[in-house]
Design a protein around this ligand. Structure first.
Ligand SMILES: [Zn+2]
Ligand SMILES: [Zn+2]
Length: 208
């Protein structure tokens, strides 16, 4: 996961005001009331800890969740407010076990939405996949699902929600979203058949 840290966090303007050792010690002393022993980690590690991803819909901080996918565990960042979910590049592939789905989603995302990518802050675009509208960042190649779209994907694309209406009731928001994400990427021919034709289906939903 660590290799997903965008370079700009390491080398961009945010990384430049590196504190000297003395400053760092002062800082930790004043914050923690103790000396060097509890000094905060320096450099990239510290910046990584400080990094916060924000929901493209409501700008609240996203919460990281891990779930079992078709190809190992996958990670998603869930919004506690609207329950949308962000997949970094590679996570849809782990979730679906299919090398092509993520690439095809990102490749076909051509309708500008004005939403800001939670990972790299580029403006995202969207595309239709059947009745589902998916947002993607063509720069860092991550994918965003609004809560309703994830549910629709689970219902129509993955086909994994058949018995879910009963079990979903007892789940909290995060578990529910995770369950949707898993269900959406259960192996199914639907993804491929809807993603493969180059012409985008515009009959599904209006462009936001
Ligand atoms: Zn949100
Ligand atoms: Zn991005």
């Amino acid at each position: 996961m660590m290799n997903l840290l965008p370079l700009k966090y390491l080398f961009g303007p945010v990384a430049q005001p590196l504190e000297s050792q003395a400053q760092r010690e002062d800082h930790s002393t004043s914050r923690l009331g103790e000396g060097k022993r509890n000094a905060l980690p320096a450099g990239p590690v510290r910046l990584l800890m400080a990094r916060e991803r924000l929901c493209p819909r409501d700008q609240g901080p996203l919460r990281e969740q891990t779930a079992k996918g078709q190809e190992g565990d996958f990670r998603l960042d869930i919004c506690p407010t609207c329950h949308g979910a962000w997949f970094d590049q590679g996570e849809v592939t782990k979730a679906s076990g299919d090398q092509d789905i993520e690439r095809l989603i990102v490749m076909g995302a051509k309708t500008p939405t004005g939403l800001t990518c939670p990972n790299c802050a580029a403006k995202m675009s969207s595309r239709g996949v059947g009745t589902v509208r998916v947002d993607a960042c063509t720069k860092c190649r991550g994918v965003w699902f609004d809560a309703g779209e994830l549910k629709e994907a689970a219902r129509t694309l993955g086909g994994g929600l058949a018995d879910a209406s009963l079990t979903l009731a007892g789940l909290d928001g995060f578990e529910r979203t995770t369950h949707m994400a898993r269900s959406a990427f259960v192996p199914s021919p639907n993804w491929k058949s809807l993603l493969t034709p180059p012409e985008e289906r515009t009959d599904s939903k209006d462009v936001r």
